[in-house]
Design a protein around this ligand. Structure first.
Ligand code: HTL
Ligand code: MG
Length: 619
């Protein structure tokens, strides 16, 4: 295999054009072979193979900096930059990241996972480069989805003003995870043919002729129209950024030729390439939404998505039922329709559904506006991505105590996506915010009860639930929940484990049927059930808090604060994630490592002389 001979990008420079084409095929096969075992962002990575080969052929990484936005499309980059052997460990515990990561390789220019950060990083790097009088090149790969984020657009605004030298490759596959949204995206679709009319028309013509005779012919015919678009309408021109494209992003020779011409241009240039998500793998091409991120799969069969029922679907199904009854309900997603369980809702209530693009800040403040306009917005957002909208929650929603419900999915450790995606800061972020209430259900029925109650109680309410499976609740049933109440799931004579959501399972498993250890479903995280907490403390119970969240600022901290506030003394131990970033890996294994799984709970109880044998675990 050619790939065996590629130790780094320099080896790529020695290959012939034919060999490069062969290498592209090998990269695709290797990405499919390994992703079938590890799972990962297959469709995005397949669509970027030619681009990545062309970039490494033309630029000199790591001297030149190649930045990948989100970093989920960079598998070919990993394979070409000395990580061939370790590629099998993709997304596994102790293995290489599914995104680019500075500490993993000198070829990874930025550490990513969240979208829309590449351009601001590139701006900063360009400022640093110029300040230090260095002369390396900066190339940015950003998807059409990532370009919907305000951060990307704001960075472009500054890059254009300063005229910093960099090449921005817009990898446009018309897809975010689901079909992309936004006016800019509409505009891209309206671009039938573009020409490179940068300084000399003839030069542009030659390039175009070389890239694609068909495009050249079309361009010639549409010359006047194209000019119009280029000079008067093209939004990048308004940003003072040179625009080139759109060109075929799977034409390797064309890409290399073009990049070679663009790499030395002064000022910022945006090359718009059009690619197909999942390119080269039929199943993924046909169903890019389901092949965006996949678990391990059989390469010859469609992916088994959504095996079983999930927390996301439990939320989405409940919201559909509620929206049938209440015409004021409005659902908002920042580009996560499928992941948030809103596919059916979007189909049923298109007029009360909005995908704002990868713009969590806009999602939250649109919720504020909807509430001010008299609607009942539900903002569905992953815990990790809510980090992008902290000020919007505080400033736009909470200060005026607006009726906005936050459905916080993927709360807790999420597994193979690793530290960029773990949802382990939301409680610390949200707990100090006045007016905001925070809930966490133990099962799908309780999620339904909470969602219904949240829409009624008024003011902002956040409901947090983990990634993964949950048993479906009975449709049409709406269990009542006493607002603010915890629930004793199992009494205990000596110690009570206070847990919520995912860690309740662990608490119950650890406690087994030992009469000394009880378990409380601490489902209201703010406000806490202070009446129950007072009672437990007064009874002299030892309290063990367990949370799938950073220990700092989380639920255990809230319990300590409440005890102090009430002037109560109790023996307390807190289990949660330690003060370091949690690695990628299997959720249960990461939990055990952090000591919040059943073993960790048993160890903590043993500190109090309550020794439970794993065998006492009830079925
Ligand atoms: N919100 C933020 C801030 N960051 C991320 N990463 C997401 C949501 C979730 N997400 C991805 S990949 C992706 C989203 C929305 C779509 C990106 O579309 P783009 O790239 O057009 O940029 P493409 O896949 O090649 O089409 C991940 O979490 C990996
Ligand atoms: Mg895209």
């Amino acid at each position: 295999m050619l790939l065996d001979r590629i130790q780094g990008p320099e080896d790529l420079k020695r290959l012939s054009e034919e060999e490069l084409a062969e290498l592209v095929e090998e990269l695709r096969s290797e990405i499919i072979r390994v992703t079938a075992k590890t799972g990962g962002h297959l469709a995005s990575s397949l669509g970027a193979v030619e681009l990545i080969v062309a970039l490494h052929r033309v630029f000199d990484s790591p001297k030149d900096r190649i930045l990948f936005d989100v970093g989920h499309q960079a598998y070919a980059h990993k394979l070409l930059t000395g990580r061939r052997e370790r590629f099998e460990t993709l997304r596994q515990e102790g293995g290489i990241s599914g995104f680019t990561k500075v500490s993993e390789s000198p070829h990874d220019a930025i550490t990513v996972g969240h979208a829309s950060t590449s351009l601001a990083n590139a701006l900063g790097m360009a400022l640093a480069r110029d300040a230090r009088g260095e002369d390396y090149k900066i190339a940015v790969v950003i998807g059409d989805g990532a370009l919907t984020g305000g951060m990307a657009l704001a960075a472009l605004n500054k890059i254009g003003e300063l005229g910093k030298d960099m090449l921005i490759v817009l990898n446009d596959n018309e897809m975010s995870i689901s079909p992309n949204v936004g006016a800019l995206n509409r505009y891209f679709r309206s671009l039938q043919v573009q020409r490179w009319l940068q300084d000399a028309e003839e030069r542009g013509k030659r390039v175009l002729e070389r890239i694609s005779p068909r495009l050249y012919e079309l361009a010639d015919r549409a010359k006047e129209a194209a000019k119009l678009v280029l000079h008067q309408e093209n939004p990048f021109y308004a940003w003072r950024i040179r625009y080139v494209g759109p060109v075929d992003g799977h034409d390797l020779a064309g890409l290399i030729y073009l990049l070679d011409h663009l790499k030395d241009l002064k000022g910022p240039t945006l090359l718009h390439i059009v690619t197909k998500k999942g390119y080269g793998y039929k199943l993924a091409e046909e169903d890019p939404v389901n092949w965006h991120g996949v678990g391990p799969f059989d390469p010859d069969a469609p992916p088994k998505k959504g095996k079983g029922y999930s927390w996301s679907l439990a939320f989405g199904d409940a919201l559909v039922e509620l929206a049938e009854e209440d015409e004021c309900i409005f659902a908002i997603t920042p580009a996560m329709r499928e992941g948030s369980g809103l596919t059916e809702y979007a189909r049923r209530f298109p007029e009360r559904y909005v995908d704002v693009g990868i713009a969590e800040d806009v999602a939250v403040t649109t919720g504020a506006g909807l509430a001010l306009g008299g609607m009942k917005p539900v903002v569905a957002i992953y815990s990790t991505f809510l980090q992008r909208a902290v000020d919007q929650v505080i400033h736009d929603v909470a200060i005026e105590n607006l009726d906005v419900v936050f459905a916080i999915d993927r709360a807790g450790v999420v597994g193979a996506d690793g530290p960029t995606h773990h949802g382990v800061f939301d409680l610390a972020i949200l707990r100090p915010v006045p007016n905001l209430k925070i809930l966490a259900p133990k099962d799908a029925a309780e999620l339904r009860a909470m969602l219904k109650a949240a829409l009624k109680v008024g003011g902002p309410v956040a409901i947090r639930y983990p990634r993964g499976k949950v048993a479906p609740a009975e449709p049409g049933t709406w269990p009542e929940i006493a607002w603010g109440s915890w629930e004793v799931l199992k009494p205990g004579s000596e110690a009570m484990i206070l847990a919520f959501g995912k860690t309740l399972e662990y608490a119950l498993a650890a406690a087994g049927d030992d009469p000394r250890v009880g378990v409380v479903n601490a489902r209201f995280l703010k406000p806490l059930d202070e009446a129950m907490l007072r009672r437990l403390a007064q009874e002299g119970k030892k309290l063990l808090t367990v949370e799938d969240h950073q220990l700092a600022g989380g639920f255990g901290s809230a319990v300590l604060e409440a005890l102090e506030r009430m002037g109560l003394k109790a023996e307390v131990q807190r289990l949660g994630l330690p003060d370091r970033f949690t690695d990628q890996g299997k959720i249960e294994s990461l939990h055990e490592k952090a000591g919040i799984g059943p073993e960790g709970i048993r160890r903590a109880l043993a500190e109090w002389g309550i020794v439970l044998s794993p065998a006492s675990k009830s079925a």
